[in-house]
Design a protein around this ligand. Sequence first.
Ligand code: PHE
Length: 435
Amino acid sequence: MQREKFGSKFGALVVIAGAAVGLGNIWRFPYMVGTNGGAAFIIIYLIFVALICIPCMVAEMSIGRRSSRDAVGAFSVLAPQKPLWKGAGFLYVLIPTLILSYYCVIGGLTIDYFLRSLGICLPQSSAMSVFWMVVFLLITAGVVIGGVQKGIERFSKVMMPLLFLIVIFIAVRAMTLPAREGASATALDGVRFLFKPDFSKVTMKTCLDALGQAFFSLSLGSGVLMTYGSYVRKKDSLFNTASSIAISDLVFALIAGCAIIPAVFALNADPMAVLSNNTDSALVFNILPQVFPMMPLGGILEAFFFFALIIAALTSSVSLFEVPVCCAIEQTKLSRKAACAIVAVVIFLLGLLSALRGTTLNFIDALCANWLMPLGGLLALIFVGWTMKKSDFEDELTNGGMHLAHPRFLKVLRFAICYLAPTGVLAVFLFQLLK
Ligand code: PHE
């Protein structure tokens, strides 16, 4: 069967960056940086990304590209005599399905808030949460039905640059805001709060927070990088793609930080109280709608902001939706349309649990982010490091010998995949257990 690939290097980059950039960047990252020692946290984050996350991204993508199959099929192709690994493949379909079931509820909320910023206020209730979830799910399915190149890639090529532009625009506005009368801090204090290195705040917890944040933000261990990796053309470098995405994800998170934190500082009497109240992403919906009306042209900025949130959430949900769809198409020979319909119904039913009960949403979120995604990442690392043929891995990294890689570079990367990255992920697990 002829399998679709991304049409270009740029296409692959924006699609995978779209999966990475999401709510994790817009609210969670700036807050984590601010409360964990500013630039000190960024330096630790960067070290982890380089030593642990990029090797893990490369490992997951090379499973996908080597096998050229969906997440379940990949393990049957690469380890035909090891049926247990096929079982692991199902995990990479379960994880994105679970994540998507609550991501759609939050995604739906972004649409509701966008319309509110335009003055269209529908009542808020559980039934309406379900309604907005369905709207968000239908848009996601509508993009994925179009296929890899004509649906997902075309959508991301327009949306990702737009998303960057909107967030840069809001960041410039936020950083140049005059302080409100009575406010104890200025916008520049917010920038300082973000970037001033304070090594006294760095503890073991800071390090593990940084690793956990990097894992979630780069969509590691969710099956997404495997499936998207299977669409990367043979001639594109996996290592370069992974590092460019890690850098864009970080740059985006920093710009988002400059869009949010300075505004909170300039416009609130007690910015630290506001920030330390941030327990989950729901606060994007509580705090920011109060901040925007205080700004000149706040209404327009608020609409732009929620539109950016919709895009960020959609490009991530599209990536999550594609994983089970690709699996259904390749495992059962269903058409893409039929696969999308079935996956949408399953997600809808699961999503009802989160839409109707906030506690279920938080439970599934914690289960996926703290346990299932690190487990997925760990298994991918073990598979590539210890089960997949070394020659297959090197072939993927050098594109069948087309790109010459320095032998020492390959050795270092292999060391990271076999030992360093699994140790890092195990540390995250241990930390969760002790917590
Ligand atoms: N990386 C996304 C974010 O930062 C979340 C995500 C996780 C998306 C796993 C896809 C897969 O919000």
